[in-house]
Design a protein around this ligand. Structure first.
Ligand code: NAP
Length: 276
């Protein structure tokens, strides 16, 4: 049976490669991202290359109202269930900014949005005993959980906040994996490796752009990363929570701290409560 796969951040880098990969396999792909014209371009490219229609939904994750509309559309059109949610969108803006909802930008886009899509789409995933796969990063190993500053708003430093949100991606999935009420779905986090994408060139300084291009010069092509997602989607029920290059991968032991997981979970529920 055809799988229904929701991919966030589908307009460049890893998300674009994933959309192309699963569309080529004739799966039903629903791409969610902030740029209408980039979504349209990818839809047209996939139609031309594979003669497959993918669905695109515009939503900027700096707006919970926009995310709520996107989720409502998915719930209405795919009421029979979805098989996979790939939480992939993320950003590393250099300057500290707040979203229209009043949260630190990365905290909302990289973490709250992931939690919101996961929790809201859980009922659809449950129907199919589906999977949540979040694109995390080994950058999480540089982060520490700060009970006093979970949102990481004190002394904002772009990469520091990014590392924390990537730790939250893993911790949130680990937390849900242990809850009985989420036992019908499997939660995985993937470290894609160092990948030649645009992420370090968006909302960053000239110097940082230069650094990112040098840093990723010998990195993976985004198409090289899809194998791990493919493996998790089609070769069922791996017990490990964190993957890299199709293999279980070590992660920061602190992520297993159940007290911190619970603090993160409770704060997240509180922060997204107004839109549920
Ligand atoms: N590249 C690496 O070396 C690397 C390493 C480890 C982990 N990762 C992870 O891989 C994932 C994909 O990143 P990438 O490297 O492929 O970067 P990318 O090419 O910049 O892709 C990021 C995607 O997220 C979307 N996005 C950004 N801000 C958004 C917002 N406010 N609302 C909705 N969508 C938004 C982008 O949309 P636009 O096209 O409009 O910008 C794009 O589709 C991220 O989770 C990242 O943390 C990347």
């Amino acid at each position: 049976m055809k799988k229904t796969i929701v991919i966030t951040g589908m307009t460049s880098g890893i998300g674009k490669a994933l959309a192309e990969h699963f569309a080529k396999k004739q799966e039903t792909v629903i791409g969610v991202a902030r740029s209408a014209h980039r979504l349209e371009d990818i839809k047209t490219m996939i139609k031309a290359k594979y003669n497959v229609e993918i669905q695109t939904i515009v939503a900027d994750f700096t707006s919970f109202d926009a995310m709520q509309k996107a989720i409502h559309q998915i719930k209405t059109e795919y009421a029979k269930g979805i098989d996979v949610l790939i939480n992939n969108a993320a950003t590393v803006p250099q300057k500290k900014r707040l979203t229209e909802d009043g949260f630190e930008w990365q905290y909302q886009v990289n973490h709250l949005a992931v939690a919101y899509f996961t929790l809201e789409l859980y009922p659809l995933l449950k129907v199919r005993n589906g999977y949540v796969i979040t694109t995390g990063s080994d950058a999480h190993t540089r982060a520490r959980f700060d009970v006093e500053d979970i949102e990481a708003v004190k002394r904002y430093q772009a990469f520091r906040s990014y590392c924390r949100t990537k730790l939250y991606n893993l911790m949130f999935n680990l937390a849900l994996s242990q809850k009985k009420e989420f036992s019908k779905v499997r939660f995985y986090t993937v470290h894609p490796g160092r990948v030649k994408t645009e992420i370090g060139t968006k909302d960053t300084s000239f110097i940082y752009k230069l650094f990112w291009r040098l840093f990723t010069r010998k990195g993976y092509d985004p198409n090289d990363t899809v194998d791990t997602y493919d493996f998790l989607v089609y070769q069922k029920n791996h017990p490990a929570p964190y993957f890299h290059l199709r293999k279980a991968h070590n992660y920061l032991i602190d992520a297993d701290d159940t007290h911190h997981q619970d603090l993160l979970y409770q704060k997240t529920l509180k922060d997204i409560a107004a839109w549920r």
